[in-house]
Design a binder for this molecule. Structure first.
Ligand code: ZN
Length: 762
């Protein structure tokens, strides 16, 4: 026995199922608009209603990709090399993510912009990329987003949907004849009646959509369209565009398909009132569905040629029957289904070569002949191709004008490369590396993909020797930075100035030669996997040394073709960067900290060595020792200062303090000590030397190394206060400002720097 509750819950479930189906039906109903409502929409949202496939494609891309940033936007030389965020277009909600690097995204967006210009419709777009560049993922995701977009309000487009009023048209003839059962004769009508015996005749309307996806506006006779829209549309600025822009030419030039035309003509003959005819025209939202070939078709090279002519015998008979006209042919080609849609070729080889040739003919004529009827084709043709398959069309002269190709090279942006590792392995994979190291791994992979000739960069940097401390002689390391929108700070002011508009344009345009060789996307993953897996490394974090060793050790096996000096220079640049981080960290410009040091110094010079005094202005207990003086004086005077210089400086300072600062400024002028000239001078001296000599006091100081190693242990407490403070500051800043994951990682990098003797090099 079912309990009451069980029955109740069953009923509830059933109820919600009914609701669901009602919702679906409601939703489907909403997808169909009567012609009047469609026109109303055309008045209120003309930008959405008047879109052909090219305009729709443009809007789709911009819907998912927001305007990016150009780091150089504020200088006059910027070229709009934006950093577009393509995540929503190529990665989110996709089965397999496609990672577009900055250069590709930039080119892709520039190409897309042309789709709103109306000059691009007689073209075939071919994306060319080497194996493993992810081009099929790119195409799949693009089409997937297109389907998704067509289901959103922003992506709605409309096609003609016929709703023939059965009663107004006098009902189905053969249905009547069936009733009186006179089926023995041979008149066409009777034959038709016999064939249609088993039809499930609709009651009120015979409904079907235009198989060519005609925009409903085309049903307004071409000769009247302009005047009609002029009266209809209120938005003057849009009207201006509509009547003058090339992108809207189709609105006034295109005509409905043969099927719609002949239906219209017949209806007008039958009803003699155009308004009655329009009452049977509706607009239906066009939902693109790749799986069914609705609006999107994708052909693989192995797909054999499909039936050229498609039809629907049942519907055909009903139309002929209801309209009393055997001349209306409800037949169309597979091309019709992607009219105002997308036809894509996955790889141009085998059968797809023939298809490409056929499309070429159709594009040139704008017409596709199906039996005796002509289909006007407005389709976005896309293909992807491996470079070696280009021979199938490259030689044909007439193809040159029709094909717009765009390259999908291997990733050239090391940040994107790292993003791929994270996505394929583990989001946290970077945590096993010291900061910057995984990026350097990626740079080695990318170096294998770069063309070593960089004419634009060579023109720009006339004396590359001066950067030999930081970069390789082919300047690939510089090129990689420019490709991600960075102008390295180690460049001289002069070279930064020379980075003008033309140089930028040339570098970006030269980049087309990069990314067609070297380690493929696929291989890069296996190399990375191989590198990460053994992991019997002495240190907790993967270091630059580990990366260097791996690549030098496996160079032959990996067949990585990179210039001789590349890895060494990569390490040099890494060392330089790390050195900057450490210098910033040990005494990053902490004003309070510097002021405190100077206040304590000015306080201490009035006492004897060996004294211990409390300084009211800083609340510090100052141990006045030779070491205390030395630490501060080295910061004020530089690393090379001798004890004699320091002592005489101390004496001069003390005398100025007493005679000028104390008596005059603090006494007579009533200034605070921080406002005094002496204090300000010391402050400037201190900060100037600070960064350059940040590590100077500790250069040959074994205690410094030991304190770093013992940081975090109880033995750390045995070091003097100042050293403890500096080491703590260093470690904390490395962790907080420079992304070292924990004190241990920071300790590891400090020891690397000290042991390698980099301090003296940079
Ligand atoms: Zn049509």
């Amino acid at each position: 026995m079912e309990t009451f509750l069980e029955i109740q819950s069953k009923a509830k479930r059933l109820e919600s199922l009914i609701n669901l189906s009602n919702n679906i039906r409601e939703k489907e109903k909403r997808d169909i608009l009567v012609f009047n409502d469609y026109l109303y929409l055309a008045v209120t949202n003309p930008q959405i209603v008047f879109r052909d496939i090219f305009q729709l494609y443009h809007d789709m891309v911009h819907h998912y990709v927001s305007e990016g940033q150009d780091e150089f936007i504020n200088d006059n030389e910027h070229i709009g090399f934006y950093n577009y965020e393509t995540r929503d277009l190529f990665r989110n909600d996709c089965d397999e993510p496609f990672f577009a690097d900055r250069l590709f995204a930039y080119r892709f967006m520039n190409m897309t912009r042309n789709f709103r210009k109306g000059t691009q419709n007689k073209r075939i777009y071919i994306f060319e990329g080497p194996p493993g560049s992810g081009k099929s993922t790119f195409l799949n995701n693009l089409l997937h987003k297109f389907e998704e977009y067509s289901r959103t309000p922003a992506g709605a487009t409309y096609i003609t949907y016929w709703k023939l009023d059965i009663e107004k048209l006098g009902g189905f003839q053969s249905k009547e004849i069936q009733k009186i059962k006179t089926l023995s004769h041979k008149s066409p009508l009777e034959k038709r009646a016999k064939q249609s015996q088993n039809f499930d005749f609709p009651e009120k309307y015979l409904e079907f959509s235009c198989p060519n996806n005609d925009n409903p506006i085309l049903q307004i006779p071409k000769n009247y369209r302009k005047q009609f829209l002029d009266e209809l549309i209120r938005d003057e600025s849009f009207k201006e565009q509509l009547f003058n822009d090339k992108q809207y030419e189709w609105v006034f030039r295109d005509i409905p398909c043969a099927i719609c035309s002949s239906i219209q003509k017949t209806l007008l003959d039958r009803l003699s009132d155009p308004l009655e005819v329009f009452s049977m025209i509706n607009a239906k939202t066009n939902h693109f569905t790749r799986q069914l070939g609705e609006g999107i078709s994708v052909f693989n090279p192995g797909d054999t040629n499909i039936e050229q002519t498609l039809s629907n015998p049942t519907l055909q008979q009903m139309i002929s029957d209801l309209l009393r006209n055997d001349e209306i042919k409800y037949t169309y080609s597979y091309m019709a289904k992607t009219n105002n849609g997308i036809l894509a070729l996955m790889d141009i080889k085998e059968h797809n070569v023939d298809r490409l040739k056929a499309y070429h003919g159709i594009i040139s004529d704008g017409v596709h002949k199906v039996e005796l009827t002509e289909e006007y084709i407005r389709t976005l043709f896309i293909g992807i191709v491996n470079p070696e398959d280009k021979i199938h069309y490259e030689q044909v002269q007439s193809f040159q004008d029709r094909i717009i190709s765009m390259k999908i090279p291997y990733v050239l942006d090391y940040n994107t490369e790292v993003m791929i590792y994270k996505s394929k392995f583990n989001e946290n994979i970077t945590n096993s590396f010291l900061p910057g190291v995984i990026e350097n791994f990626a740079k080695i992979i990318i170096a294998s993909r770069l063309d070593i000739e960089s004419p634009a960069i060579k023109r720009w940097i006339s004396k590359p020797e001066k950067y030999s401390k930081y970069i390789d002689k082919n300047m690939l390391l510089l090129k990689m930075e420019v490709y991600i929108g960075i102008l390295p700070e180690w460049l001289s002011e002069e070279d930064k100035k020379k980075f003008d508009r033309q140089t930028r344009i040339d570098i970006i345009s030269n980049s087309e030669n990069d990314g067609h060789k070297g380690i493929s996307g696929r291989k890069s993953l296996s190399v990375f996997n191989d590198f990460c897996s053994p992991s019997q490394r002495p240190n907790k974090y993967i270091t630059m040394e580990d990366v260097k060793e791996y690549f030098i050790h496996n160079k032959e096996e990996l067949q990585i073709d990179i210039p001789q000096d590349f890895i060494d220079k990569l390490v040099d640049l890494y060392d330089y960067d790390v050195m900057q981080e450490i210098k910033e960290s040990i005494f990053f410009y902490n004003e309070e900290h510097i002021e405190r040091d100077i206040l304590n110094y000015l306080f201490a010079i009035n006492f004897e060595i060996g004294d211990s005094k409390f300084n009211n202005s800083t609340s510090d207990n100052v141990e006045i020792t030779e070491e205390f003086y030395e630490n501060i004086e080295r910061r004020l005077l530089g690393e090379s200062s001798t004890p004699t210089t320091r002592k005489s400086f101390r004496k001069e300072t003390q005398s100025e303090y007493v005679s000028v600062t104390l008596t005059q400024e603090l006494g007579l002028e009533n200034k605070s000590i921080k406002e005094s000239k002496l204090f300000k001078n010391l402050f400037v001296k201190y900060t100037r030397n600070l960064k350059e000599n940040a590590l100077a006091p500790y250069l040959d100081n074994d205690n410094f190394r030991r304190a770093i190693l013992q940081y975090g242990t109880s033995s750390f407490n045995t070091f003097d206060e100042r050293l403890k403070r500096d080491v703590t500051l260093l470690i904390n800043n490395l962790v907080n400002k420079f992304n070292y994951k924990c004190p241990e990682a920071a300790q590891q990098i400090c020891i690397y720097v000290l042991d390698k003797g980099i301090v003296k090099k940079y």
